[in-house]
Design a protein around this ligand. Structure first.
Ligand SMILES: *[C@@H]1O[C@H](CO)[C@@H](O)[C@H](O)[C@H]1NC(C)=O
Ligand SMILES: *[C@@H]1O[C@H](CO)[C@@H](O)[C@H](O)[C@H]1NC(C)=O
Ligand SMILES: *[C@@H]1O[C@H](CO)[C@@H](O)[C@H](O)[C@H]1NC(C)=O
Ligand SMILES: *[C@@H]1O[C@H](CO)[C@@H](O)[C@H](O)[C@H]1NC(C)=O
Ligand SMILES: *[C@@H]1O[C@H](CO)[C@@H](O)[C@H](O)[C@H]1NC(C)=O
Ligand SMILES: *[C@@H]1O[C@H](CO)[C@@H](O)[C@H](O)[C@H]1NC(C)=O
Length: 501
């Protein structure tokens, strides 16, 4: 009897140890962000733009079809890297312009800090856009062992040169490419999609196989300016709209880049242990060739065309593959999901707004969130009058999703539907609304294209969501949107954008 008991205990212990080894296997993580990549710009959404690599990876993995990001660049990246809403980091309003002394606050670790703490070798390749006015804000101070890329956005794809833009004049111009902390001038003439791909391939092939690898690859593609080597445009002669045709070529180059990168992981023998996440940072910019049909609005708006994202996961560690997930997910969720998956600890972070979604992502379980705060922007010009007293001021730009309900207040941004431009002319479908209208309610499950506002039919839902917005607003920190600093001028630092304080 005693022997039998000991045998059982030993077996249980052995099982436990085996399970631990399985659980403790830390996957390599390849996290790819496309820039301004629209809902209607990927093959599997029926686009005329072909994306064979992305389509194949998505079909083998888990396609996310109820997945949200933020309407513009810096906000999405800030939430991805911190796991926290913009209202909690002060980045509620706009992007970080190159002249602005601003950045993702240093008071909470980034996802790279946490993965590095769990033993990962961490690399960032591509567009940062989370602040650089002090060295402390550079990627290599935010958890990345190495960095190669742009600190800001909208560079020339070949010269890597950019001038400051709105809201400033264009008088400050400089190169924007950095190798770790140092300006890099040897890469002029290299198209960024190729340049970043080569860097990732180098990282993968020289990787020390005993450590898990985290590669964060925020491509410059497919953001404007519309630039791409001619060979990629060649197959798209049938697209008559100039912008759309060039944009299609840029997407083709990105798709090829991802094929090359997966090959490098396979050649290294680590692809089977790699989790790939692909996401856009916001909706497509229709003025630069992107398209979000049939969704309403686009980049920079709070309509679905601004925030409903293209995204998928691929990897052997996903339990149920080859499927579409309708679980509600948000870009803040990657932080706890991936840190937990890596066996890391979430200690030391400020309160996270993301949820661990591994069960939903991997096993098809229910989403661990019912709500997404799309944003509250206290600095956006108010629109119309506040409709209700003693609750959230409806003149303020904000949006929230709870279950299938979505409420938008204030100025939502451009409200049109734009079919893919098949010709030189871009068709715009607008519903005329009063300038002062500032409350919209939709049931997104029934009406994903936001055609039928139902705020008058469900006033109690409107009031409940306004109350919830007011509660969330009470947790917000003040928005930081500092004036440009003349000391940022690249002319003062050898012609490169870089830290000035
Ligand atoms: C970046 O720096 C590393 C180490 O300092 C060096 O080996 C590499 O060649 C540099 N890459 C570029 C593109 O300058
Ligand atoms: C992919 O690899 C091929 C073969 O080496 C190369 O010709 C091509 O330029 C690469 N594409 C990108 C986007 O890096
Ligand atoms: C979190 O936990 C890890 C591992 O237990 C430890 O190394 C690290 O110092 C902790 N971080 C903080 C901020 O407490
Ligand atoms: C809100 O309060 C103001 C000032 O007390 C009042 O004039 C207005 O009628 C109220 N509006 C609503 C919708 O209750
Ligand atoms: C959000 O909270 C701030 C600070 O309490 C307050 O000044 C502001 O009016 C609130 N915004 C809205 C839209 O209710
Ligand atoms: C929305 O954008 C389209 C395309 O640029 C433009 O034609 C339309 O006038 C814009 N609508 C508003 C209300 O600004």
């Amino acid at each position: 009897m005693a022997d039998h008991f000991l045998f059982l205990v030993a077996r249980l212990l052995l099982l436990h140890v085996m399970q631990q080894t399985v659980n403790c296997k830390q996957p390599h993580i390849l996290f790819i962000v496309a820039d301004d990549y629209g809902f209607n710009d990927i093959g599997y959404h029926g686009s005329e733009i072909r994306t064979p690599t992305l389509d194949k990876l998505a079909s083998e993995g888990v396609r996310l079809e109820n997945y949200y990001v933020q309407p513009i660049c810096t906000p999405t990246r800030s939430q991805l890297l911190s796991g926290r809403y913009q209202i909690h980091t002060g980045l509620q309003h706009g992007i970080i312009w190159p002249e602005q002394p601003n950045g993702l606050p240093l008071d909470s670790p980034t996802i790279a800090d946490k993965l590095k703490e769990s033993g990962y070798s961490t690399h960032a390749v591509g567009k940062w856009h989370l602040g650089f006015y002090k060295k402390d804000y550079l990627p290599t101070s935010r958890g990345f062992d190495t960095y190669f890329g742009y600190l800001t956005g909208s560079e020339d794809y070949y010269t890597h040169y950019r001038c400051n833009g709105e809201p400033y004049d264009h008088s400050f111009c400089g190169f924007d490419l950095r190798n770790n902390t140092e300006p890099c001038s040897t890469e002029k003439g290299h198209y960024s999609t190729h340049m970043f791909t080569k860097r990732v391939v180098d990282i993968v092939s020289s990787h020390d196989g005993s450590k898990p690898l985290f590669v964060y690859l925020p491509f410059q593609a497919v953001h404007s300016p519309l630039q791409v080597p001619d060979e990629y445009i060649e197959p798209y002669k049938f697209i008559k709209n100039n912008n759309r045709r060039k944009y299609a070529g840029m997407v083709a180059a990105m798709d090829e880049a991802i094929a090359n990168i997966t090959k490098a992981f396979k050649a290294k023998g680590i692809w089977d242990d790699t989790l790939l996440i692909f996401t856009t940072d916001n909706g497509g910019q229709i003025l630069s060739g992107g398209n979000n049909w049939p969704l309403r609005g686009w980049k920079a708006s709070l309509w679905e065309g601004g925030v409903r994202a293209v995204g998928f996961a691929h990897g052997n560690m996903l339990q149920k593959k080859k499927r579409v997930s309708k679980a509600l997910m948000h870009v803040t969720d990657w932080f706890p999901t991936l840190v937990n998956l890596a066996g890391g600890s979430l200690n030391g972070t400020k309160p996270l707004d993301g949820f661990d979604q591994w069960d939903a992502l991997s096993a098809g379980g229910p989403s661990s969130r019912r709500e997404i705060l799309h944003n509250i922007d206290p600095l956006k010009k108010p629109s119309g009058e506040s409709l209700y007293n003693n609750t959230f001021n409806t003149a303020v730009r904000a949006a929230i999703r709870v279950d299938s309900w979505k409420l938008i207040t204030g100025d939502p941004g451009n409200s049109s539907w734009i079919p893919p431009p098949s010709d030189e002319v871009m068709e715009v479908i607008e519903i005329p609304t009063k300038k002062t209208k500032n409350v919209w309610l939709f049931n997104i499950d029934l009406d994903p294209n936001e055609k039928m506002g139902v705020s008058h039919d469900y006033p109690h839902v409107v009031k409940a969501l306004l109350t919830r917005l007011a509660q969330l607003n009470a947790t917000a920190v003040p928005a930081r949107y500092p004036k440009g600093d003349p000391r940022s001028n690249p002319a003062l630092r050898g012609g490169f954008w870089g830290p000035w304080m």
